[in-house]
Design a protein around this ligand. Structure first.
Ligand code: 4NP
Length: 156
């Protein structure tokens, strides 16, 4: 199984959206049985909460299911993930304070490093901006590039 872990601060806005969009793209490609896809937050602020209504609304509008509940990242998440995909640089710094093994490389990357259609590198946080549609567009761009990258790297 290819283990992909999306990371943001609260695990209620951006990383659950990335998880849902990436699962949708993987299913469309007929590859669901080859992937384990999850998302976590660097904080415990919203543990047990469903994704925020804005995230669920924008995903529903695009025909994508979202059923994740927030949880905080653990050491074993980081050990087990083949790809750790952070929404912004702060998430990477927070992971780095958990373990020195985190650096931006093949194993840990920013989602938007895989996006072809934007120069933005940090996914803006809709918890503050309220702009979930903008985030959906960026997240989809990043997830499409990420899937192409993994398929190439794994030869699938
Ligand atoms: P997320 O957004 O990291 O995309 O899930 C946030 C969620 C909660 C908070 C901040 C950002 N918070 O401060 O509680």
């Amino acid at each position: 199984m290819i283990n992909v872990l999306f990371v943001c601060l609260g695990n209620i806005c951006r990383s659950p959206m990335a998880e849902a969009v990436f699962k949708h793209l993987v299913a469309q490609a007929g590859l669901s049985d080859q992937f384990h896809i999850d998302s976590v937050g660097t904080t415990s602020y919203h543990v047990g909460d469903l994704a925020y209504p804005g995230t669920r609304r924008v995903l529903t509008a695009h025909g994508i299911k979202c059923d994740s509940t927030s949880r905080q990242v653990t050491y074993s998440d980081l050990q087990e993930a083949d790809y750790i995909i952070a929404m912004d640089h702060d998430n990477v710094s927070d992971l780095q304070s958990m373990t020195r093994k985190i650096s931006l490389n093949n194993h840990t990357a920013l989602l938007l490093d895989f996006a072809d259609n934007t120069r933005v590198r940090n996914v803006p946080d809709p918890y503050y901006t309220g702009n979930y549609e903008e985030v959906y567009t960026l997240v989809t761009d990043g997830c499409q590039g990420l899937l192409a990258h993994i398929r190439e790297e794994k030869g699938i």
